[in-house]
Design a protein. Structure first.
Ligand code: BGP
Length: 480
């Protein structure tokens, strides 16, 4: 028992995303998405984007964990853990197979209606991401992806369709998953935003920074339009932004390091949410654009659209922190989201992500202080290899330790006044990793029998963390 008090209606749950769990990539009228043409990689080999569906190639998303056909079984397990909410995403290409179709695909719409109804059956509130790292492939081939302004309207049509269809079933929406990931030079799984024909690699060879910011601008406008539409369609709708927050410390107390950390924090972490929460481009980005010769094309109405479409809540993924320095010879870490200098006070995961629960508390204060709107932690967790014992049990005490330490810090942040309303740890059931496309970087409290080569029965198995998280939820955070 500890004395941490979480608010009475705290939204405990978990998070998954369509392309990493559903499979059924071409079933019931679904079109191919950018996620469906990416090979698996590993810790050292970036995933490769193939622009066409090569015969015989193994694409991890094609089957994933077959959530499309097994969602009832999985939701029953989430309910058994006591989930109050489940963060899911809609695969845009299930609703509009080509992205620019005149009519939506009814079977795709029906699938998510059934899914949301199944959640409601257990009083689990859906928290729905509209875009989670996948764009209909046709929009990339025919229009150059998010580099094209035309995607703004296609996205608005898609959003309007689902906002109308799921009125009464859904209350919480997130427009873009980790919208700021588009700016990071490494680990750019957010490829659906900008790849264009001929781009061969996960880390783009023909990419340029100007195009990233142009694409990002289009996503900002698309997000703001979606927020406005949502509010017009149902004034109960709550719509949020979602930021990949990589907390960045100065490596030393050298003022030059402090300024460098501030600059990186501004540009990489805060810029996108400043636009989405305040409705305009912040002062510091103008200088950054100048320094980096970034010139983006904007429309006259964009200022108004951004102002009219500010979000109701702020959400973030938080996995790690990094250190930055102007001039250091210290060892560098090379995590597959983000490198940086090694923090001597922190341990790293098997994938070199620096584990920093206190950093989460710092970050929650930092963003709440700035935005003063409700905050959700919509991703957090430890990617690790699990060992299945002969009797089928899985003793993932390392995962429990990671989650426990982060929950304790969230509890403290709440006590200190942060309006944190939701916690959905990532990959509450094992699924395909976004950075490697592999299965064996597992986050789940539920094990799925499938290996990196795609072998396995897909059977589900409760890990020790399942029973532990069940107690956490039952006691509203007291029994950790
Ligand atoms: C986030 C993504 C998720 C998820 C998570 C873990 O950035 O939003 O989709 O996969 O990272 O990353 P990985 O799967 O690479 O361990």
């Amino acid at each position: 028992m500890n004395n941490i008090t979480f608010p009475k209606n705290f939204m405990w749950g978990g998070a998954i995303a369509a392309n990493q769990c559903e499979g059924a990539w071409n079933i019931d009228g679904k079109g191919a998405s950018t996620a469906d043409v990416m090979t698996a990689g590993d810790k050292h080999t970036p995933r490769r984007i193939t622009m066409d569906l090569e015969e015989g190639a193994f694409y991890p998303t094609h089957e994933a964990i077959d959530f499309y056909h097994r969602y009832k079984e999985d939701i029953a397990l989430f309910a058994e853990m006591g989930f109050k909410t489940l963060r899911v995403s809609i695969a845009w290409s299930r609703i509009f197979p080509n992205g620019d179709d005149a009519q939506p695909n009814e079977k795709g719409l029906q699938f998510y209606e059934d899914l949301f109804k199944e959640l409601k059956k257990y009083n689990i509130e859906p928290l729905v991401t509209l875009w989670h790292n996948e764009t209909p492939l046709n929009l990339v081939k025919a229009y150059n992806g998010w580099a094209s302004r035309e995607l703004v309207n296609f996205f608005a049509t898609y959003c309007e369709t689902v906002f109308k269809r799921y009125k009464g079933l859904v209350k919480y929406w997130i427009t873009f998953n980790e919208i700021n990931a588009l700016m990071r030079p490494l680990g750019n799984w957010n490829h659906g935003a900008i790849i264009h024909e001929g781009t061969e690699y996960f880390i783009h060879q023909k990419d340029n920074v100007n195009m990233r910011f142009q694409a990002l601008h289009h996503q900002f406008v698309a997000s703001a339009k979606a927020v406005k539409l949502a509010h017009e369609i149902d004034d109960h709708y709550q719509v949020g932004c979602m930021i990949c927050y990589i907390t960045t410390y100065p490596l030393t107390c050298n003022p030059a390091d402090i300024l460098k950390a501030q600059k990186e924090d501004h540009v990489l972490n805060l810029f996108s949410s400043d636009v989405q929460v305040f409705g305009n481009y912040p002062y510091y980005i103008k200088k950054y654009f100048k320094e980096n010769s970034i010139n983006i094309i904007t429309n006259e109405e964009d200022d108004r659209i951004l102002k009219e479409g500010t979000v109701d809540f702020y959400s973030l993924s938080y996995y790690m922190s990094v250190c930055t320095s102007e001039e250091s010879k210290e060892e560098k870490v090379d995590g597959n989201i983000m490198g940086g200098f090694k923090n001597p006070y922190l341990e790293t995961s098997d994938w070199d992500w620096q584990i920093d629960p206190m950093g989460l508390r710092w970050t929650l204060h930092h963003v709440y202080d700035r935005y003063q709107i409700p905050v959700m932690v919509t991703e957090n967790g430890l990617g690790a290899k699990d060992n299945v014992e002969a009797d089928g049990s899985i003793h993932d005490d390392y995962r429990i330790a990671y989650l426990r330490d982060h929950i304790v810090e969230m509890g403290k942040a709440i006590e200190e006044g942060v309006d944190l309303i939701c916690y959905t740890p990532w990959g509450c059931i094992d699924l395909v990793s976004v950075s490697t496309g592999e299965m064996e970087k597992r986050y789940g409290m539920i094990y799925v029998d499938k290996d990196n080569k795609g072998n396995g029965t897909l059977a589900r198995q409760k890990k020790d963390s399942f029973f532990w998280y069940q107690k956490v939820i039952e006691s509203n955070g007291a029994l950790i």
